[in-house]
Design a protein. Structure first.
Length: 381
């Protein structure tokens, strides 16, 4: 299906392999990177729910088309930028595009499956789409690292722009499914419906908390593993291999997530994964060195399980009329978490990158402790 092709070209971005190095070459510091991450998150937080309402009121595919197009435009601006202001404009475009896409893709997928009576395959289909993206990202990482050793970093960005342009073109072929439940369409007056739905369902509220904290924390592995690898003296020609491993190791989790539900609930699995991520961050901070790269690989393996598990819990419960809005609400919470972790990360990075990882690990472990205590109290009652 076209969603697969869009996911492929959207992930076929060789620029990501040398992203932080390219930004450093354009005089962007670690603190400025965090500020840009916060800017991105703030824009997404502000626009998430309104764009989710737009998707539920009109067409999911239109939001997808706008979002992918803005991402392509953001890379063009990055390529032409040599200052913090230019990078801020690019990140703003990317954030707005992400807000437009948030919730729309999975809502479009679920309702397409619902129309054909195949909603039970949703988790598996999400996993497969994620695998398509991972394979494309692996190919981009390998080619990107090889290109970076022989050509200027700008070539990676030019190729990435071409890939995103193709993804944008593919998005115009999407077909909007007929809404199965038409009398639940959201109105602007009911913009907080997604948050209310999550708050009113205890299990969904708990798994959403686990999902938000775990994914927002791991975001800082995605964003800063290159600088960690440089600081522990990993040669740049190994960056492509490291990026490849971090991506490929997520594939088993993406594919086996539905099978894991036969043995325990999504809440149980997400609690244990959260502990693994939290402890991993603590080890990265306390014992910096090449072993930290191995820890990152283990964390990436765990993180691959999280999204299919959570999205299955969410979409099987949420009504059709607020599907995109509710996922946008979750994404808003996720980026709010990234903002808070970003502030914490900035404080730690003022000392060392390793201290920043340690601070994040402590907060994640604290959250997991609270959730575990709550779960045990409820099990005992």
């Amino acid at each position: 299906m076209l969603l697969g092709w869009i996911r492929w070209f959207d992930a076929l971005i060789p620029a990501y392999t040398i992203e932080r190095l390219f930004w450093e070459s354009r005089t962007i510091t670690i603190q400025e990177v965090v500020y840009l991450e916060i800017l991105y998150a703030v824009l997404v937080v502000m626009l998430e729910v309104p764009t989710g309402v737009l998707a539920d009121r009109f067409e999911h595919r239109r939001l997808m088309q706008i979002g992918v197009g803005l991402e392509c435009l953001s890379f063009i601006v990055l390529l032409l930028s040599f200052s913090f202001v230019g990078f801020a404009v690019a990140i703003a475009l990317s954030g707005i595009g992400a807000a437009f896409r948030s919730g729309a893709e999975n809502a479009l997928l679920y309702e397409t499956l619902e129309q054909t009576g195949k909603t039970e395959t949703f988790e598996r289909t999400v996993g497969r789409l994620n695998v398509i993206g991972i394979v494309a990202a692996v190919l981009a990482a390998i080619s990107g690292s090889l290109l970076a050793t022989r050509f200027p970093f700008e070539l990676n960005y030019m190729l990435s722009i071409v890939s995103l342009f193709i993804a944008t073109a593919c998005s115009f072929g999407l077909v909007e499914p007929r809404r199965v439940v038409s009398d639940e369409r959201l109105t602007w007056a009911d913009i907080a419906a997604g948050f209310r739905f999550i708050r009113q369902h205890r299990q969904l509220f708990i798994v959403t908390s686990l999902f938000v904290v775990t994914i927002s924390a791991f975001n800082f592995i995605d964003e800063f593993w290159q600088l960690y690898a440089r600081d522990v003296a990993l040669p740049i020609y190994w960056f492509g291999m490291m990026s490849t491993i971090l991506l490929l190791i997520q594939i088993p989790g993406q594919l086996v997530a539905p099978v894991l539900l036969r043995f325990a609930t999504a809440e149980c699995w997400l609690r244990w994964i959260g502990w693994g991520i939290g402890v991993g961050f603590v080890v990265l901070g306390l014992y910096p060195g090449p072993i930290g790269l191995v820890i990152m690989v283990g964390m990436a393996c765990l993180i691959g399980i999280v999204e299919p598990l959570y999205l299955g819990v969410l979409h099987h419960r949420v009504p059709s009329g607020i599907r995109a809005t509710t996922e946008s609400s979750v994404s808003m919470l996720l980026h709010g978490g990234i903002i808070l972790f970003g502030l914490l990360f900035t404080a730690g990075a003022g000392m060392t990158l390793f201290a920043a990882f340690l601070f994040i690990g402590i907060i994640v472990c604290l959250h997991q402790s609270i959730v575990t205590v709550i779960a045990r109290r409820e099990d005992a009652s």
